[in-house]
Every structure is written in C-alpha cells, then in structure tokens.
Design a protein around this ligand. Structure first.
Ligand code: ADP
Ligand code: MG
Length: 254
C-alpha cells in the first residue's frame, strides 16, 4: 500500500484551476520530488495534503485513510510532518528549546511557559541536533543562526514528531547551490535511516536529479510526467514546459 495516494485532486481559486485532476502516489520509503514552473500548483497540492486548504474534489489517502478536509493539526497527528518556514521557529528561544518544544508537543504534553521546561526531553533534543550537525549551537538563540543553520534546526523540529510522511515545500529556498546539495543529502540520509517517505519540491534540477527516487512534474495545475530522472530528462513535454522545445536540462539549475 502507498503511504500517500492522491486521486483526482482539484482546487479552483476564483474560477482559476490551480490544481486540475492531479493523481499520484508516494511509496513507503520513497524520496519523491514534485517539480514544475512557478505557479504550476505545487504549493496548492502541498497545502491540501497537509490540511491547510480543503480540496474542491478528489481524495487524499494517508496509509489508506481519507484525510482530505481534516484540519492541519489532525493530519500532523496522524503522522504527516512538514518543514516549517523560518517564522515558525521561535527566534528568541534557543535552538534546543525549539526542538524540545516540538518533542513536548509530539508527546502531547502541555507546555507551561512559567514552568521551566529546560530538562524536558533535553537528551533526545540534543541527539536530534547532533544528527543534523547543530548540537554545538544548542544553547544559542535561533535568531543568531545563519540561514542554512536555521533550515537544519527546522528539519530537526520536523523529525521530532516522528512523521511517517514528510512534506517539504522548497526546503532549500534562498540557499546557494552547495548548501542545497548539503541539506538535501542530509535530509535523504536521515529519512532513509528512519524509513520516512518524503514528498518535496526543489528548484534546482541538479539536486532533483541527484537525489530523487522518482520525479513528478506539474504544469498549469496538471500532472504531465511521472518517472525516474532519466525519464524526466528525456521527456519532451517536460522540456517544452521548462525551455521550449529542443533544449535539455544541462545547466538548468538557477
Ligand atoms: P507553485 O507552488 O507551483 O509555484 P502555487 O500552488 O503557489 O504554485 O499556485 C498555483 C496557482 O494558484 C498560481 O497561479 C497562484 O497565483 C494561484 N493561487 C495560489 N494560492 C492562491 C490563493 N490563495 N488565492 C488565489 N490564487 C492562488
Ligand atoms: Mg510553491
């Protein structure tokens, strides 16, 4: 059984079909990239899967259970994690406190701000930070971190809830090519170790071709291709969408 199965998903904004009859599946342990030009409908798909947006029609099955229309928190509780944008980490809190908060939340414990939570889950938080290479910065406030380091902390926070499916919408946005490769390599290593399935979007074709097990391509709200890196590289419709006909993906990274 697929971890995630999306069937005939549709979403219209003011008469504009942002997502039009999209179907795909994520297999257990798969590292699946969704690519497509800006405005293709990728984020809209992600937001429907994670419960932030209700689809107009279609089905979203997580481990066989229908989740479309559930609230974001309910989807997260079932085991669908996502990486949050920078604003979601508490800038004034330390790196380890952010991870501890995530562990507290996952354990269903109540966090009382006036009661010191310093010792709660500290060992486990340190262990997660070590895995993303951020343990030495554990006691620094998040606001002092370099951008790429915040992304690592966000990834540790996402792992804290032990998701079985992780949704990552442009996890490397704003990063240079070297940093992108490093972060995705780290993500892939840690999710493979844990057997977590991943659906991610990424602008750099080099990164996608290097790391994705399989690639699906959206254009104007529709799924136009589904295959391995080699299939996608040779796919004429995909080339047309990205470059007009006749060109290849060589040097396609922005
Ligand atoms: P992508 O992530 O592939 O760049 P999006 O899913 O963000 O694409 O957007 C797909 C299309 O839907 C775009 O044309 C965008 O302008 C439109 N869109 C997305 N969200 C909204 C919204 N909340 N209201 C109106 N239009 C939206
Ligand atoms: Mg987007």
């Amino acid at each position: 059984m697929s971890v995630l199965a999306v069937r005939s998903l549709c979403k219209t904004f003011d008469g504009f079909r942002a997502v039009n009859d999209v179907s795909f599946a994520v297999a257990r342990g798969e590292f699946l990239a969704m690519i497509g030009p800006n405005g293709a409908g990728k984020s809209t798909c992600f937001n429907m899967i994670n419960g932030q947006l209700a689809p107009d029609s279609g089905a979203i099955l997580f481990e066989g259970q229908e989740i479309s229309g559930l609230e974001a928190r309910a989807v997260w509780r079932l085991g669908v994690g996502r990486t949050f944008q920078i604003a979601a980490t508490f800038a004034s809190m330390t790196v380890i406190e952010n991870v501890q908060m995530a562990l507290i939340s996952h354990a269903g414990e109540i966090y009382w701000p006036w009661r010191p939570a310093r010792s709660l889950h500290r060992e486990r938080a340190l262990c997660l930070l070590e895995q993303v290479g951020m343990h030495e910065a554990a006691d620094r406030p998040c606001r002092e971190l370099a951008y790429g380091d915040v992304k690592r902390v966000e990834f540790a926070i996402a792992l804290a809830s032990e998701p079985r499916l992780l949704l990552m919408d442009e996890p490397t946005a704003g990063m240079g090519p070297g940093e992108r490769n490093e972060l995705i390599a780290l993500v892939k290593k840690l999710v493979v170790e844990r057997g977590i399935s991943v659906l991610f979007t990424e602008h750099s074709m080099d990164v996608v071709f290097a790391f994705a097990d399989r690639i699906i391509v959206l254009a104007r709200g529709q799924l136009i291709a589904d295959g391995t890196a080699a299939d996608i590289r040779d796919n004429e419709r995909v080339r047309d969408v990205y470059f007009g006909s006749g060109k290849t993906f060589a040097g396609a990274a922005p």
